[in-house]
Design a protein around this ligand. Structure first.
Ligand SMILES: Nc1ncnc2c1ncn2[C@@H]1O[C@H](COP(=O)(O)OP(=O)(O)OP(=O)(O)O)[C@@H](O)[C@H]1O
Ligand SMILES: [Mg+2]
Length: 244
């Protein structure tokens, strides 16, 4: 089915370094999965596998549908305006009027009117990430992969961006995989939080959070999930995902 992902017994090694070991993960269409794990354990590699940028050394990766990636920062083309950056996500649409209509819809969705012709360097970090999200949502992509999309932002902007992301996905639903170091962010946004081990990454534990979105960081379901995730992570021994 479009938008579903399946990794089966996937291992990845870069020369002598084993990064992922026999990892299996199935994600259904429309599900929001957050991935947390120690620094350098293989999270970006996992996203790159799903996106098809890396190939597994063994095992299989199945990803149905069009995938778009959002990076930590500087994912926009600096030489292109906001509108032009979003248009790049729609360049497969031949009809100019239709492309323009979709760009307008996306600009309205991220509420960035007045900045359409600004360049990335003229925007705040939060606005840049919103434009990246809009570009990734453009053109009916099926799977949104996000690699620490908010970690370069200040705390209050990160809190706001969580709400923005939840709102964008409620308006344009799709399968989402969010890599983050922020356990509270994971618990507030995801249907399921996957905790990885130290490298070579395996799944250490999975937590399901069934309360519907939007959620507040102070909601019981979020606070309780954070507590359960922290209890599972052995913070003392240093194998935790950091909560920075
Ligand atoms: N193309 C590559 N060639 C060689 N080694 C690589 C390559 N890509 C990643 N690695 C190594 O694989 C390991 C995992 O990298 P990866 O970037 O997936 O980790 P990560 O969990 O995303 O880390 P971080 O939390 O710092 O973002 C690292 O030791 C990295 O040096
Ligand atoms: Mg990474």
């Amino acid at each position: 089915m479009t938008g579903c992902l399946e990794l089966t017994n996937v291992s990845v090694s870069f020369e002598a370094v084993e990064v992922i070991r026999e990892l299996s993960l199935a994600i259904v269409q429309g599900e929001f999965v957050a991935v947390v794990g120690p620094s350098g354990c293989g999270k970006t590699t996992l996203l790159n596998l799903v996106a098809g940028f890396e190939r597994p050394s063994s095992g299989s990766v199945e990803c149905h549908g069009q995938v778009r990636m959002v990076y930590q920062e500087d994912g926009l083309f600096p030489w292109a305006t906001v509108t032009e950056n979003i248009a790049l996500g729609l360049r497969h649409i031949g009809d100019r009027r239709e492309r323009k209509r979709q760009i307008g819809d996306l600009l309205r969705l991220i509420r960035i009117e007045g900045f359409e012709h600004h360049y990335p360097r003229q925007l705040s970090g939060g606005m840049r990430q919103l434009v990246e999200l809009a570009r990734a949502l453009a053109g009916g992509s099926d799977v949104l992969l996000m690699d620490e999309p908010f970690s370069a932002l200040d705390y209050l902007t990160r809190l706001r961006m969580r709400n923005e992301l939840a709102r964008l996905l409620s308006e344009m639903p799709r399968t989402a995989v969010l890599v983050t170091h922020d356990i509270e962010e994971a618990a507030q946004l995801a249907d399921r939080v996957v905790v990885l081990t130290q490298r070579p990454a395996r799944i250490r534990h999975e937590f399901t959070i069934s309360t519907p979105r939007p959620r507040e960081p102070t909601d019981f379901a979020v606070v309780d999930a954070v507590r359960r995730i922290l209890a599972e992570l052995d913070v003392e021994s240093g194998t935790e995902a950091s909560t920075k």
